[in-house]
Design a protein around this ligand. Structure first.
Ligand code: NDP
Ligand SMILES: O=C1OC[C@@H](O)[C@H](O)[C@H]1O
Length: 424
């Protein structure tokens, strides 16, 4: 009962964050598009960040932008997206446009010298990702301009929550035998006219949900997959058949492990919680870690399974169950069964860095009611100010995610979402 009350209180605070006074020189943000995701992803988190002001929004229809600005307390409405980029008072741009417009607007924003927080998936395909995140002539690190390069971040918000770091602290990427990440959206959320079913705009469940499941798998295995070995997709009956509504993809990773991901934009009620299962190969561990004394000629093997429930929105509620199977065996196998074997299971959670207890992050700020987006904003600002960012999504990570998605579409015999030919 107390846990239920605590969760309800945390969730109320999460959607009603306190407003803090702003610092003398806060970062000034503009938003491109009066998007649904804007309020939870940036407008609410900014309220409790002293270094962030959401100053401007632009929409294709200025009347819509005005309504949005009024509703969310945004001071200024720009006439066009480009006007936001041309405003010298704006330092940072948040881009929650449909996926197919991410590439062009991120490039334009960077060209205008703005720091960019770019919604997931970063772009339409891996060609765009390589062009955006791995440009051919990066400034040499010693160049004076290197420190003034704008920051670009794909907003994979779930990776910034302490629960993700706590989960990863129990994963040994090189020893992962199999992993499965799944994510579902209830069936009434998105109709066939939603941007998620528009091919040119980067629609498809693999794009929308797969950006989370693929980035989770690449982190769990510590690498992008070598191959997508099979991928089944199902389209929406009333939408473009090139846009998958549901997918199931299996990959082979360089360590020989198998990663699987599943997603559905129109799922039955039964499937609500996004989840990850990880199964490790047996590895030799320290006898102290296993809490057992061993004799000469013996070793302890640990086979670990992890189940992470709600890896996408852990701030609402989550659980991480770690089950370790230990066995004490002879180092040189004589066919004798283990002398001793036992199982240890623990269920963990972390809503703050202190709770996660991970060295290097313990002193990071955070409150139990901080959303994944608030934790993300903290690191985005840190990066801009050249501070330490223990949680981050590197450009290469975003490229890897798009490679995973492209591999799955190719295996499913669906076309890749188009590469932008818009002038930059
Ligand atoms: N991080 C997260 O948790 C989430 C991230 N997302 C991501 O955010 C992005 C936006 O998603 P969401 O907020 O759900 O979508 P919305 O449809 O609410 O927002 C998309 C915005 O894009 C603008 N837009 C510009 N051109 C077009 C066009 N041709 N057709 C349609 N819209 C256009 C619209 O802006 P205007 O106001 O100018 O008309 C609209 O406000 C996606 O990339 C999605 O993957 C979405 C949900 C959750
Ligand atoms: O967090 C999310 O859940 C629902 C999706 O459709 C959305 O785009 C995604 O970011």
């Amino acid at each position: 009962m107390a846990a239920l009350f605590g969760a309800a209180h945390r969730n109320w605070l999460l959607s009603h964050p306190s407003t803090v006074p702003k610092s003398s020189k806060p970062l000034v943000f503009g938003i491109l598009g009066a998007a649904d995701i804007g309020p939870p992803a940036i407008i609410l988190p900014a309220k409790s960040h002293e270094d962030v002001i959401i100053q401007t929004v632009a929409a294709r229809d200025p009347a819509k932008a005005t309504m949005y600005a009024r509703k969310y307390g945004i001071q200024h409405v720009a006439k066009t997206y480009q006007d936001v980029l041309d405003d010298p008072n704006i330092n940072c741009v948040y881009i929650p446009l449909p996926n197919g417009l991410h590439y062009v607007w991120a490039q334009r924003a960077l060209k205008a010298g703005k720091h960019v927080l770019l919604e997931k998936p970063s772009v339409n395909n891996s060609t765009e990702a390589e062009r955006l995140f791995l440009p051919p002539t990066p400034a040499p690190p010693s160049s004076p301009s290197a420190s003034t390069q704008p920051v670009l971040l794909e907003a994979v918000h779930s990776l910034f929550h302490p629960a993700w770091a706590l989960f990863m602290s129990h994963v040994t990427p090189s020893a992962v035998a199999s992993a499965k990440s799944s994510l579902w959206v209830p069936r009434w959320f998105f109709g066939p006219d939603n941007i998620r079913y528009n091919f040119e705009l980067g629609g498809g469940a693999l794009m929308d949900l797969g950006s989370y499941t693929a980035s989770a798998l690449t982190r769990i295995f510590g690498s992008v997959a070598e191959e997508c070995v099979d991928c089944e997709t199902v389209p929406h009956a009333e939408a473009d058949p090139r846009c998958d509504r549901r997918f199931r993809a299996r990959y082979r990773f360089p360590n020989g492990g198998v990663g699987e991901m599943e997603g559905d934009l129109k799922a039955p009620l039964l499937k609500l919680a996004p989840e990850i299962y990880v199964m490790h190969k047996p590895i030799v561990v320290d006898s102290a870690e296993a809490g057992v004394e061993i004799k000469e000629g013996e070793r302890v093997l640990r086979t670990r399974e992890i189940h992470f429930v709600n890896f996408v929105q852990p701030s609402l509620v989550h659980s991480i169950t770690v089950s370790d199977q230990f066995s004490v065996q002879e180092i040189v196998s004589t066919g004798i069964p283990p002398r001793k074997s036992w199982k240890k299971t623990k269920t963990l959670k972390a809503y703050t860095w202190r709770e996660a207890g991970i060295s290097g992050s313990k002193t990071q700020p955070g409150e139990p009611h901080w959303s994944t987006y608030r934790y993300q904003l903290e690191q985005f600002v840190n990066k801009i100010h050249g501070r330490d960012t223990p949680q981050w999504v590197e450009g290469k990570d975003s490229v890897d995610t798009m490679r995973m998605i492209d591999m799955a579409y190719t295996r499913a015999k669906l076309p890749l979402r188009p590469t932008s030919e818009e002038p930059l």
